[in-house]
Design a protein around this ligand. Sequence first.
Ligand SMILES: Nc1ncnc2c1ncn2[C@@H]1O[C@H](COP(=O)(O)OP(=O)(O)O)[C@@H](O)[C@H]1O
Ligand SMILES: CC(C)(COP(=O)(O)O)[C@@H](O)C(=O)NCCC(=O)O
Length: 364
Amino acid sequence: MRRVATSPSEQPNPPEPSNRPEAPSRPEDPSRPAPPARPARSGRAHPRAARPARPQRATRPTPYVDLSRADWGRPRDRAASPLTAEQVERLRGLGDVIDVAEVRDVYLPLCDLLRLHIDAARQLRARVGGFLGGPQPATPFVVGIAGSVAVGKSTVARLLRALLAQGPEGYRVALVPTDGFLLPNAELERRGLMRRKGFPESYDRRALTRFVAEVKSGRAEVSAPVYSHLVYDIVPGERETVVRPDILVLEGLNVLQPAPPGRIGVADYFDFSVYVDARVADIESWYLERFLALRATAFQDPRSFFRRYAEISEKEALDFARKTWREVNEPNLVDNIAPTRGRASLVLRKGSDHAVAGLRLRKL
Ligand SMILES: Nc1ncnc2c1ncn2[C@@H]1O[C@H](COP(=O)(O)OP(=O)(O)O)[C@@H](O)[C@H]1O
Ligand SMILES: CC(C)(COP(=O)(O)O)[C@@H](O)C(=O)NCCC(=O)O
């Protein structure tokens, strides 16, 4: 897929304000690793340049372990992907590059790690049962997947569902995107929020939290509303029912948002969470590339909300996509989504080629 220039200045890596995801570490962002100590300069210094040696900056403590893709999850034991190249391709979102090598290197080890957590939860439940004097009912293991628009969250979520469901445990895995809990367009219009779609206030947060609480509490059947990207709205009357899953994967922009003071939020029910991370400029370019790809596919459908962008010139369509990125998706990423990265159990860091380059795992 071709690469689209991302900003009017067309700089691939514009300087970033400090609260952007790729900004250098700050004390209040515990998910960032401490910068490596600078190597000592070699060669003879100019006499006039001689200054008293600066005290070495202490390595800042971090709650995360940083791993390169090559070091992640027992690399020597890597098994082949149980998914074929065709299956991976079917799960892959538009513009994503995940292949069987990435499934083997990143997502199979992640599923192994999730199994460790699920097993540990089961053992703890048995011991708590002993403590309380009776067996405790199992509750679904809830995994949250957060990250920007166009970062590839839905591919990660679909892969985890497929891999966990294929394993020997026979887990029943439900995957629910949070877009079903967006307010319908008519309500967004009424509240003046049509250009705030994806911002925390554009969701029915109570309904979303209630949904997750009910699944987590073991209720037999819980249903969620359904969103259509094609018509860009909630589908009236349609619901997706979740029936006692072993694992619930909840995927969405804002799933790691803390609840307002005194309230419970969805993240309070997570047993594990993943933040899909990449540089803002890269995500913008993926968003624009995807918009162009959708022009040639989904936007051609007469029911598509974006039908008119398949009919105007490519330049006009790109101008609109850039405006939406700049006015909607980027501010939401910078102000609401990226600040939640430090709450994740695991950060998947993608390089500009869309592939996972490194991982950051929360210490236990
Ligand atoms: N306007 C659209 N029309 C059709 N499909 C879309 C549209 N926008 C996004 N999608 C699809 O919806 C899914 C979710 O997209 P998004 O919310 O950007 O999250 P992510 O890219 O992180 O999975 C992706 O599979 C994407 O290809
Ligand atoms: C539907 C979305 C808000 C994502 O919702 P999520 O499943 O993450 O809750 C997003 O894909 C979207 O359409 N944003 C609106 C801005 C835009 O059209 O790009």
